[in-house]
Design a protein around this ligand. Structure first.
Ligand SMILES: CNc1nc2cc3c(=O)[nH]c(N)nc3c(CCO)c2[nH]1
Ligand SMILES: [Zn+2]
Length: 373
């Protein structure tokens, strides 16, 4: 069986699709949610626990790993898969977004970005070539292009100039990429919420040619309606047999709407960040487990969940752990939230395959609107 990197379709429902991502590090059913493993760890989770939630692919970050422990050290230690003991596929983001959200004293120019580390203030520089080389040193299964994600709202001219810079950088990233069987590089579509700029960006990237395409520049405060409108304008322009990845998204309702619009891959810090702040995701919305109403509640977080927290513990116990600031609290709740996100994706995939996505979507939305049990 060829291990060439590719996405293969299995079933369609309207613009939604179910399929498989074939990579050098294994095959992942889509649509898929990628837990964020920023600095070589999915915070508060062992990788066995991440696997137990049903995750197939995780995300790492160039920015964090280049600062600590350093890409060359990770390469010397056998690459990120060995380093974090995750044999499955790893997608690494390229660093530009994180520099603009975390780096200090940032200076963007036509050639790249100079910044000071938020850890020790040391000066660093990222260019399309350096970001691509770092991701190669990490042995990322999927390498992301080095891009600029403009803050929204912004005038169309600003969005256009930023997108065209990212497209010039995408060509430099492709030239610096070392092709390997089963590995991939994704172009990142920019253009804000301007349909014509989005179309120009898709054309620029497909002219260069990548193994997959990400929709960047969203989930930066534009709101769900504008995000969905931008997906409506952009996703149909992406080659049908290419995997589509919506960066940084999102809530369960965002994921449903984006899957309905043909997106295959997602990453978001919400389930893991919420797991550390006592916010639990359930089929009926979210719960704040620090709330006193849970103090004596012997029920599991969700009656539909097979995670460790729901199998063995009560809401009362989770409430206690967070009130006592015990480390086990974030561990159990992160596990639960990731299990919820994976269950949601499995349900969407099954509904696409059995032709019931419209009914399933209506049921999900009705459930999310209901009061907690
Ligand atoms: C939370 N919202 C969000 N929007 C994003 C937008 C971008 C983007 O446009 N480019 C790149 N490289 N990464 C992005 C990321 C980090 C993904 O974890 C985003 N994350
Ligand atoms: Zn659970």
């Amino acid at each position: 069986m060829s291990t060439a990197f590719r996405w293969t379709g299995q079933a369609r429902f309207g613009r939604a699709r179910a399929g498989h991502l074939h990579t050098a590090h294994g095959m992942v059913p889509t649509p898929t949610f990628m837990p964020v493993g920023t600095a070589g760890t999915v915070k508060a989770m062992t990788m066995d626990a991440v696997r137990a939630t049903g995750a197939g692919i995780v995300l790492g970050n160039t920015y964090h790993l280049m600062l600590r422990p350093g890409a060359e050290r990770v390469r010397a230690l056998g690459g990120l898969h060995r380093f974090m003991d995750w044999p499955g596929p790893i997608l690494t983001d390229s660093g530009g977004f994180q520099v603009m959200s975390l780096g200090a004293l940032r200076k963007l120019d036509q050639d790249g970005v100079t910044f000071s580390s938020h850890i020790d203030g040391a000066k660093h520089r990222l260019t399309p070539e350096r970001s691509t080389h770092i991701q190669h040193a990490l042995d990322a299964t999927i390498t992301m292009c080095f891009d600029e994600c403009p803050a929204l709202p912004a005038p169309p001219e600003t969005i256009a100039q930023s997108m065209r810079l990212s497209m010039r950088w995408a060509a430099r990233c492709r030239a610096a990429f070392v092709p390997r069987q089963g590995y991939a590089q994704y172009g990142i579509i920019q253009g804000g919420t301007e349909p014509d700029l989005r179309a120009e960006s898709v054309r620029a990237l497909t002219d260069i040619g990548f193994e997959g395409y990400a929709i960047g520049g969203l989930a930066v405060g534009e709101g769900q309606e504008l995000m969905f409108a931008t997906l409506d304008a952009t996703v149909p322009l992406i080659p049908d047999d290419s995997p589509r990845y919506l960066m940084g998204v999102g809530t369960p309702d965002d994921l449903l709407g984006a899957v309905e619009r043909g997106v295959d891959m997602f990453d978001c810090v919400m389930p893991t960040r919420a797991g550390r702040t006592a916010r639990a995701y359930t089929e009926r919305g979210t719960l704040n487990l620090r709330n006193a109403r849970h103090a004596g509640d012997t029920r599991p977080i969700s009656p539909h969940c097979d995670c460790l927290a729901c199998a063995r513990h009560s809401r009362a116990y989770l409430h206690h752990l967070f009130r006592a600031n015990e480390i086990l609290g974030p561990m159990l709740l992160t596990w639960h939230n990731l299990a919820y996100y994976q269950r949601l994706m499995r349900g969407l995939r099954a509904a696409i395959i059995d032709g019931s996505l419209d009914v399933h979507a209506a049921w999900l939305r009705a459930q999310w609107a209901m009061e907690d049990w």
